[in-house]
Design a protein around this ligand. Structure first.
Ligand SMILES: [Zn+2]
Length: 549
């Protein structure tokens, strides 16, 4: 539902949650960035989602139920039938002898009140407000496993294939899946979901239905259904039943021994509201990025392997620099998320619109800021360097293991060292680690002897005899993995005059590292260690994504 922003802001102000000055700044931001004042309050950390939730509840004159601090049990969630729960975004928050407390994102809805009266005929119902996202998170309790759901669909003999797909997409979105894989084997087809970077088995489809399952996807993705022996790529805009907005899917089909393997990328519907602090950037790095991104020219590179969250970081930076006074053009592959007020171009290899060609065309139109999805060849690198020398601020991603290795790699592509030195303004490197699940987090003490087992590169960061660490025991909310969601670990290097000189001499990774070390540089690993000490992630998880430098 749409809320009355003014009423919410008035409540925030009356309750002394924010000051009149915050409101003024939020208003200016909203005007300049084509955004909403509430978005500004959240982005700037002036009001948390919970405070906003509370303000909405107050403006609706109902209590606020904070589902983050008190999650309903599985039994409580299941008291409301799945179909009704998903239609109205509603969940049982708590019960006592007198009443059942219901959390809804639309507590004034009369149809909802009627449904609830039927479900709880002998109970007093108290309706409260909760944020839609928090309510949706509780729906994990309805999970049955795709295998069970597929068997039901097949037994019902209805529209089997469309229902199988609806079920796959619904589960994938609920579990915040980034990739869906359908892997044909000799007798069955295994469906796997990538969640927080790790592939999990989600269910299987009997082989006899698979051809139709593939065909339906091919039709939707505008691919050739009579082609079975070569790779095809396509895209689908999918409108889910119980989901607030359409989702873009990139489909790739590749022939394998036992049939056609499908890989579907679910594009960033989850990152749309991410801010730099959600991504895990320290205040220090946020300030640095803001400073560097306000320069009129130069190049800011984000490096890391595929799936390390580079694009999300770039989008979060773009949100900072996206004002009415700037003209921003991007060339991306794929355009992961449409941003208001930015001209976004999609790379298209079929029409020969490559990064290099697109970038050349963009430069001629003279925007202030250019985002190039990736620099992967000399031609693109050359144009990028020229663009940033001639008064454009350019953002891009680049494949390198870490920030100090990015410089020699960039020069190795064939860029003159002195040009690299005078254009590279900042290099950011990142990885994603899984966050410990908040619902089942426990602390444990580890002796120094135990930490030593991780090797000297790890143990040197822990001085003393005993340390308190955190881990997730495993619960329903995290599918018993102990982790929920991910956070970035970062390192960043701003080009100082000394570093600029050094780059001009075509330095090795080691040379770069030893210079920036004297200037206070902190590695990704060290950022990860801080996040372990803060109870955000674990040593095992950090070592899974990165080896200490
Ligand atoms: Zn958990």
């Amino acid at each position: 539902m749409k809320f009355d922003q003014e009423a919410i802001i008035k409540t925030l102000l009356d309750g002394n949650y924010i000051t009149a000055d915050d409101i003024k700044k939020a208003g200016e931001y909203a005007e300049e960035h084509r955004g909403s004042p509430i978005e500004y309050l959240i982005t700037e950390g002036l009001a948390s989602n919970d405070i906003i939730g509370q303000a909405i509840a107050e403006s609706l004159k109902v209590p606020y139920s904070n589902l983050k601090t008190k999650e309903p049990s599985k039994e409580q969630v299941l008291l409301i039938p799945e179909e009704i729960a998903k239609k109205f975004h509603v969940v049982v928050f708590d019960e006592n002898s007198r009443e059942t407390i219901i959390a809804s994102d639309d507590p004034k809805n009369e149809d909802l009140a009627k449904e609830l009266a039927v479900i709880f005929p002998n109970k007093k119902i108290k309706l409260t407000f909760s944020l839609s996202d928090d309510i949706d998170a509780a729906f994990v309790a309805y999970q049955q496993g795709l295998k069970t759901k597929f068997s039901k669909i097949i037994a019902a003999k209805g529209r089997i294939v469309p229902e199988i797909w609806d079920q796959i997409f619904e589960d994938a979105l609920l579990l915040k899946t980034s990739d869906i894989h359908c892997e044909p084997q000799e007798k069955k087809v295994v469906i796997r979901f990538r969640i927080d970077g790790i592939l999990h088995d989600a269910g299987e489809i009997p082989k006899e239905f698979y051809e139709n399952v593939v065909n339906r996807l091919k039709v939707q993705a505008k691919l050739r259904i009579d082609e079975h022996f070569s790779a095809q790529d396509g895209a689908i805009r999918y409108v889910p039943k119980n989901y607030p907005h359409p989702v873009d899917l990139r489909v790739s089909i590749v022939p394998v021994l036992d049939g056609e393997k499908i890989a579907i990328r679910v594009l960033s519907s989850y990152v749309r509201d991410l801010t730099l602090s959600d991504v895990g950037l320290s205040k220090e790095l946020q300030d640095q990025i803001e400073k560097s991104s306000k320069k009129p020219f130069g190049m800011i590179l984000v490096t890391g392997p595929t799936g390390s969250g580079k694009t999300t970081t770039l989008y979060s930076i773009l949100k900072i620099v996206n004002t009415l006074k700037t003209n921003i053009t991007t060339i991306e592959d794929p355009v992961e998320y449409k941003i208001d007020g930015i001209n976004q171009i999609q790379v298209n290899n079929q029409t020969n619109l490559t990064f290099a060609k697109g970038l050349r065309a963009i430069t001629r139109q003279d925007p202030n800021i250019i985002l190039v999805g990736e620099i992967r060849d000399l031609e693109t690198a050359d144009i990028a360097v020229n663009a940033s020398l001639t008064g454009h601020l350019l953002f891009s991603t680049f494949h390198a293991n870490n920030a100090s290795a990015a410089i020699p790699r960039f020069i190795d592509m064939g860029i003159e060292p002195f040009l690299a030195g005078s254009t590279i303004e900042m290099v950011i490197a990142q990885r994603l680690v899984r966050r410990i699940c908040d619902s089942c987090k426990v602390s444990q003490t580890m002796t120094k002897a135990k930490i030593n087992k991780f090797g000297p590169e790890v143990s040197k960061y822990f001085v003393g005899d005993n340390f308190t660490f955190y881990r997730g025991k495993g619960c329903e909310s995290c599918s018993h993995t102990g982790y929920k969601g991910r956070i970035g670990i970062f390192e960043f290097m701003t080009t100082s005059p000394e570093l600029q000189d050094l780059i001009g001499k075509s330095p090795s990774t080691k040379d770069v590292l030893s210079l920036v070390r004297t200037q206070g540089f902190k590695t990704m690993f060290e950022d990860g260690v801080e996040k372990i000490k803060a109870g955000i992630t674990t040593i095992d998880e950090l070592l899974r994504v990165i080896t200490p430098q």
